[in-house]
Write a protein that binds this ligand. Structure first.
Ligand code: TZP
Ligand code: MG
Length: 210
């Protein structure tokens, strides 16, 4: 299996959102890649959220990765699926491949990077670069130095994630190590998308990133 690599164009600022309705304002700012990461829904409501996110993303021709729910992502023909290390062990990776859907995998250590590369994915996410704002810290922070050296050691697009905001994005972009810079809190203000922040983040990426 060799999933199509996400290197037709840089993934860029890559917001990770918990609801489909956060996507429209992001896409209106020029975001081209996003992830729907729902942790508090199930059943029909969850499926509707995924359908809606895919619909809005198609409207803007954006690349939407669905986190966790790979069966629903296949069923509704998402652009991509994003899985963690535990998910990937349980998922039917061959079915994702056969559906022609891209695959991104989370990694936090060199060992996890090796495991992820075994799937020949579309990209690997490396983090947490800094202390995550939205999530309790389960892993050591990677930092800028290791992000750069790990990214340079793989021939795959890398997405940097964890604690990245307007305050430190320039540092991450300047490494030229990341095709994408993912963030949950960085694009938000009181749980709403901040178009002001998003536009500046895109500008910084375009000025200093890959
Ligand atoms: N994986 C590593 S850090 C993280 C995930 C999902 C959370 C990132 O959240 P924030 O708010 O961008 O720090
Ligand atoms: Mg997961």
């Amino acid at each position: 299996m060799r999933f199509p690599k996400c290197n037709e164009s840089p993934l860029g600022i890559y917001p990770v959102v918990d609801r489909a309705d956060k996507l429209r304002p992001l896409y209106e700012c020029g975001i081209t890649t996003a992830q729907l990461r729902v942790k508090d829904m199930e059943g029909k409501a969850l499926e509707q959220e995924i359908i809606e996110a895919i619909r809005i993303s198609e409207e803007f021709k954006a690349r939407l990765f669905v986190n966790d729910y790979w069966q629903l992502a296949i069923e509704h023909d998402a652009y991509g699926i994003h899985l963690g290390q535990e998910d990937i062990r349980e998922a039917d990776v061959a079915a994702i491949f056969d559906a022609g859907i891209r695959l991104g995998i989370s990694t936090h250590t060199p060992e996890e990077i090796d495991i992820a590369l075994g799937f020949e994915p579309s990209y690997i996410a490396i983090g947490p670069v800094f202390v995550p704002i939205s999530k309790e810290l389960k892993y050591n922070t990677v930092g800028i130095g290791l992000l750069k050296s790990w990214a340079e050691s793989v021939d795959y697009p890398v997405v940097a994630i964890g604690g990245i905001t307007l305050d430190n994005i320039k540092e991450v972009a300047q490494t030229k190590a990341a095709s994408g810079i993912a963030m949950i809190s960085g694009v938000l203000e009181a749980d709403k998308v901040s178009k002001e922040k998003t536009k500046v983040l895109i500008e910084v990426f375009e000025t200093y990133g890959v």
